[in-house]
Design a protein around this ligand. Structure first.
Ligand SMILES: Nc1nc2c(c(=O)[nH]1)N[C@H]1C(S)=C(S)[C@@H](COP(=O)(O)OP(=O)(O)OC[C@H]3O[C@@H](n4cnc5c(=O)[nH]c(N)nc54)[C@H](O)[C@@H]3O)O[C@H]1N2
Ligand SMILES: Nc1nc2c(c(=O)[nH]1)N[C@H]1C(S)=C(S)[C@@H](COP(=O)(O)OP(=O)(O)OC[C@H]3O[C@@H](n4cnc5c(=O)[nH]c(N)nc54)[C@H](O)[C@@H]3O)O[C@H]1N2
Ligand SMILES: [Mo]
Length: 720
C-alpha cells in the first residue's frame, strides 16, 4: 500500500502477532504500524516453520483490515431476508433487541429454541471455535456439535493411538519415505512442505495419494490416483500386503500394540486385486507401495483432513493410523504419522468453555444438520426460533445449501450474525454485529499443525464499533443479566487460565517470555530427537497402539476437535472396533442406481488463494483464484460435448451451481472438482458448490461428507 507522506515519516512500530486462520501452519507474524495504521505484515524470519514467508492469502493482510466493505457498526435488516439490505444501528439498540427477542422466545419455548453456530473463522482461545460456549452454556441454549472438520480424523486417531501429537512435521526432514495422503500440502500446509523437500533432497521418496495430480502431487516422486472415499480399502490392502509379504515388525507389534490377530483376519479380506477394483489403484502399485513403505525407514505419513470427508473416512484413518505400528516406523525420528499435534498442548478448555453450565438433559444439534433442523426435517421440540452465527459461514461451508437457505428465510427465525463482511450467511441475518480482525485484538492461537504456542498482540485500535468475540459475549452476558465472576476476567487472565502452566510441556515457558518472543515451542523434544512412540507409550486405555479399539465398546462418539471441549457428545450407534473399508454413500460402485442419473463423483477441496470462504470477496485474491470453475476429465467432458470455457451446470437432487468448465487430465475419469469458498452471491446462478452436498455424517465422529457426492454436469446455453 502507498503511504501518505505524513504517515510514512512517522516512526515504525513492530508488534508480534500470529495468523488467525484455520490452517495447520499458524504463522508468526510481525505487524508494522505507523501512526496507528497497519502498513505491512511480514512472516517472522526466526520462526522455524514460518521462516519469514507468508502464504498468498496473507499477502496484503493490512488491506484486509481496511477493505471498503468491511462491517464497522451493528446493522439491522431493512429489506426482505436475504436481500442484503441493512441500516446502521447502535450497540445499545442491537443488544436491547436481542434481549427482547430472546426473552420472548425463552418465555414461550425455553432457551433450547436458541442455537449458536460457530466454526473456525478465527482460531484463537478467546475469539475462536469455543468463544461463545460459556455464554450459550449459561443461557441453556441447544448445544451445537461442531464437526465441520477433523472430528472424523480425531475420533479415529484417538481410538487408535490416543491423544498424542504423533510425528512432528518438522521431523519429516529426517524421513526416508513420505506419504502425503489426501492433502494438498503446497496449498494447505505450505510451511511444512520445506521439511518434505529437505528429506527429498537427501534422497527420500515422496508419494502423494490423491484423486487429482495436484500442485503437490506434481512435486512428488510418485502420484497414486485413487477414487475418493476409498482410502479405507487401500489402507486395508496395504495392511494385507505388509502381512503377506512378511514385513511386519513383530517385536514392535508384540510389545506395543493390541489386536494384531483380529486386524490380520480383517485385512485378509483385502487382497490387492479386490482393493484395485474398489480404489482404481492397480494391484501391483499396492504391492510395491506396501513393500517400499515397510522397508524404507523412517517412513512418515502426513494425513490430510480430506480423507475424512466420506462415509467411511474415519475408518480409513483408523486403518492408516495402524500402519506405522505394524512396520515399527514409530521407532525412528521422522517415522510415524501426523494427524494434528494439538493433543500435545496442556490446554484447559473447560476453564474457557464452562461445560458444567450446560443444564442437564440439554439437547445436542449437529451443525451439519442445521438446514434440516431449520426446515423441520429433524423433529425438534422446541423448534429452533433463533440462531446466533459467529466465526462461521454455513451457507458457503455447510452441506445442503438449499435447505439451509430455506430455513434462514423463515420469517419467524431471529438470526444474529457476528461478522467482518456481509457474507452469504450474513445476508440472511436480522441483526449483524461487527467483529474485530487479528491486528486489533489479543489472543493465543490454538495450533494444530506444529508445536509452538503462538501469541497475537494487538497492533492497532479496532475501527468503528468492532469488538472481539470475547468482548461480544461479555456484552451479551451483561445484557442477559449474568453476574458470574467469569465475566469479570480480563483477556489476559483468561489466557493465563487456558494452559496448565505446571505441565512438563510448559517447562521454560512464561507469559512474559511469550509476550517478548511471540511464539515458544512446547517442551516435547526437539524435531531431530523426537520419537514419541519409539517405546510404545501410547496414551490409549491399554497404553498401546490399539488395532482393536477398546474405546469402540462404548458406541459411536465424537472426540471434540479441541481437546477437552466437553463430553456432551453422547455415544450412539455401535461401532466396529476394527478398521475397515466402509463404502461411500454415493459412488458408482456403492450406489449404482443413483449413478445412473448422477454418474460423476465430485470433490471440493480448499481454494489456494482463499481460506475457506474468507478472502472470497477480495479482488486481489479473486484475481489469483479465478472464478468458480468446474474441472473435469477430458473424456467426461467429451461425452457431454463440453469444452474448456463453456458455462456448465453441476447438479443432483439437492441443488445446482454453475461455472466455466475446465478440462483437466490431472483428474481421474469420473471425477469433478470445484473448489469450496467462492461466494454464492457473486457466482453465476447465485449458488456455490455446497448446493450439491449431502448432509449425512461419516460413521466415525459425525464428520461432513464433502467428498461423497454424485452429480451430473451439463452444458448451459449461454442464454439460460
Ligand atoms: N489455501 C488454503 N489453505 C487451507 C485452507 C483453505 O481454505 N485454503 N483451509 C484449511 C483447512 S480448514 C483445512 S481442514 C485444511 C485441509 O487441507 P487438506 O487436508 O489438504 O484438504 P483439501 O484441500 O480439502 O483436500 C486435499 C486433497 O485431498 C483430495 N481428496 C479429496 N477427497 C479425497 C479422498 O476421499 N481421498 C483422498 N486420498 N484424497 C481426497 C483432494 O483432491 C485434494 O487435492 O486446509 C487448511 N489450509
Ligand atoms: N464443500 C466443502 N465444504 C467444506 C469443506 C470442504 O472441503 N468442502 N471444508 C470444511 C472445513 S474443513 C471447514 S474447517 C469448514 C470451515 O467453515 P467456516 O469456519 O464457516 O469457514 P470460513 O469460510 O472460514 O468462515 C468463517 C467466517 O468467520 C468470519 N470470521 C473470521 N474471524 C472472525 C472473528 O474474529 N469473529 C467473527 N465473529 N467472525 C469471524 C469470517 O469472516 C468468515 O465469514 O468448512 C467445511 N466445508
Ligand atoms: Mo477445516
Amino acid at each position: 500500500m502507498t503511504l501518505a507522506p505524513e504517515i510514512a515519516s512517522k516512526e515504525l512500530k513492530v508488534v508480534r502477532g500470529a495468523c488467525p486462520h484455520d490452517c495447520p501452519d499458524t504463522c508468526a507474524m510481525l505487524y508494522h504500524v505507523r501512526d496507528g495504521k497497519l502498513v505491512d505484515v511480514q512472516g517472522d524470519p526466526d520462526h522455524p516453520m514460518t521462516r519469514g514467508g507468508l502464504c498468498v492469502k496473507l499477502k496484503n493482510f493490512p488491506a484486509h483490515h481496511y477493505q471498503a466493505d468491511r462491517l464497522l457498526y451493528p446493522m439491522r435488516r431493512t429489506g426482505p431476508k436475504g436481500s442484503g439490505q441493512f441500516e446502521r444501528i447502535s450497540w445499545d439498540d442491537a443488544l436491547a433487541e436481542i434481549k427482547a427477542r430472546w426473552t420472548e422466545i425463552i418465555d414461550e419455548y425455553g432457551p433450547q429454541a436458541i442455537m449458536p453456530h460457530a466454526y473456525l473463522g478465527h482460531q484463537g482461545v478467546l475469539n475462536g471455535l469455543t468463544s461463545g460456549d460459556a455464554f450459550f452454556n449459561r443461557l441453556g441454549s441447544s448445544v451445537a456439535e461442531k464437526t465441520y472438520c477433523e472430528s472424523g480424523s480425531s475420533t479415529a486417531w484417538i481410538m487408535t493411538v490416543g491423544p498424542t501429537g504423533g510425528l512432528d512435521v518438522e521431523s519429516m526432514a529426517y524421513s526416508k519415505y513420505i506419504i502425503v495422503w489426501g492433502m494438498n500440502m503446497t496449498s494447505t500446509n505450505l510451511h511444512a512442505w520445506p521439511f518434505v523437500l529437505e528429506a527429498q533432497k537427501k534422497g527420500a521418496k515422496v508419494v502423494v495419494i490423491d484423486p487429482i495430480r495436484t500442485r503437490t502431487a506434481r512435486q512428488a516422486d510418485w502420484h497414486i490416483p485413487i477414487r475418493p472415499g476409498t482410502d479405507g480399502a487401500l489402507a486395508m490392502g496395504l495392511i494385507h500386503e505388509i502381512i503377506t509379504q512378511d514385513l511386519v515388525d513383530f517385536d514392535y507389534v508384540d510389545n506395543y500394540t493390541i489386536g494384531y490377530a483380529d486386524l490380520a483376519q480383517r485385512a485378509a479380506q483385502y487382497p490387492p486385486e479386490r482393493v484395485a477394483e474398489i480404489t482404481g489403484v492397480p494391484a501391483e502399485t499396492i504391492r510395491t507401495l506396501a513393500r517400499e513403505y515397510a522397508t524404507t525407514q523412517p517412513a512418515a505419513i502426513r494425513q490430510g483432513v480430506a480423507i475424512e470427508r466420506s462415509r467411511g473416512g474415519g475408518q480409513a484413518i483408523r486403518a492408516i493410523t495402524c500402519l506405522p505400528a505394524l512396520v515399527g516406523a514409530w521407532r525412528h525420528v521422522g517415522g510415524g504419522t501426523v494427524e494434528m499435534p494439538i493433543w500435545e498442548f496442556p490446554t484447559q478448555f473447560d476453564k474457557i468453555c464452562k461445560p458444567e453450565w450446560i443444564p442437564e438433559g440439554t439437547r445436542v444439534i449437529n451443525e451439519l444438520d442445521l438446514g434440516a433442523a431449520l426446515i423441520g426435517e429433524l423433529t425438534l421440540d422446541p423448534p429452533l426460533k433463533s440462531l446466533f452465527v459467529y466465526n462461521s459461514n454455513p451457507v458457503s461451508q455447510g452441506p445442503a445449501q438449499a435447505k439451509l437457505i430455506r430455513g434462514l428465510l423463515r420469517e419467524d427465525l431471529f438470526t444474529v450474525v457476528s461478522e467482518h463482511f456481509i457474507t452469504d450467511t450474513a445476508r440472511y441475518a436480522d441483526l449483524i454485529l461487527p467483529a474485530t480482525m487479528q491486528a486489533e485484538q489479543l489472543d493465543i492461537m490454538v495450533t494444530w499443525g506444529h508445536l509452538y504456542i503462538s501469541l497475537n498482540q494487538p497492533a492497532i485500535p479496532p475501527p468503528g464499533e468492532c469488538v472481539p468475540n470475547v468482548e461480544l459475549f461479555r456484552r451479551l452476558a451483561k445484557t442477559m443479566g449474568f453476574d458470574d465472576d467469569y465475566w469479570d476476567r480480563t483477556d489476559e487472565q483468561m489466557l493465563m487460565d487456558f494452559h496448565d502452566w505446571d505441565a512438563p510441556a510448559m517447562d521454560g515457558i512464561t507469559w512474559d517470555k511469550l509476550k517478548e518472543h511471540g511464539y515458544l515451542r512446547i517442551n516435547v523434544g526437539a524435531p531431530d530427537v523426537r520419537a514419541p512412540h519409539a517405546d510404545g507409550n501410547f496414551p490409549t486405555p491399554s497404553g498401546k497402539c490399539e488395532f482393536k479399539s477398546s474405546l469402540a465398546e462404548g458406541g459411536n462418539f465424537v472426540v471434540p476437535v479441541w481437546r477437552s471441549m466437553y463430553e456432551a457428545m453422547q455415544p450412539s450407534d455401535p461401532i466396529d472396533p476394527l478398521p475397515d473399508y466402509v463404502p461411500p454413500f454415493e459412488a458408482p460402485d456403492s450406489n449404482p442406481e443413483l449413478a445412473k442419473r448422477y454418474p460423476l463423483n465430485i470433490v471440493s477441496p480448499k481454494p489456494h488463494a482463499f481460506l475457506n470462504s474468507q478472502y472470497g470477496n477480495a479482488q486481489d485474491k479473486q484475481r489469483i483464484q479465478g472464478e468458480q470453475r468446474v474441472s473435469l476429465h477430458p473424456d467426461d467432458a467429451a461425452q457431454r460435448g463440453i469444452v474448456t470455457g463453456d458455462l456448465v451446470q453441476v447438479f443432483n437432487d439437492r441443488g445446482t451451481f454453475q461455472g466455466p468448465a475446465q478440462l483437466d487430465d490431472a483428474l481421474i475419469p469420473g471425477l469433478v472438482m470445484a473448489n469450496v469458498g467462492h461466494w454464492a452471491s457473486s457466482s453465476p446462478g447465485l449458488s456455490s458448490v455446497n448446493s450439491i452436498t449431502l448432509d449425512q455424517h461419516s460413521t466415525l465422529g459425525n464428520a461432513g461428507v464433502y467428498s461423497d457426492n454424485l452429480v451430473e454436469v451439463a452444458k448451459l446455453n449461454q442464454t439460460d
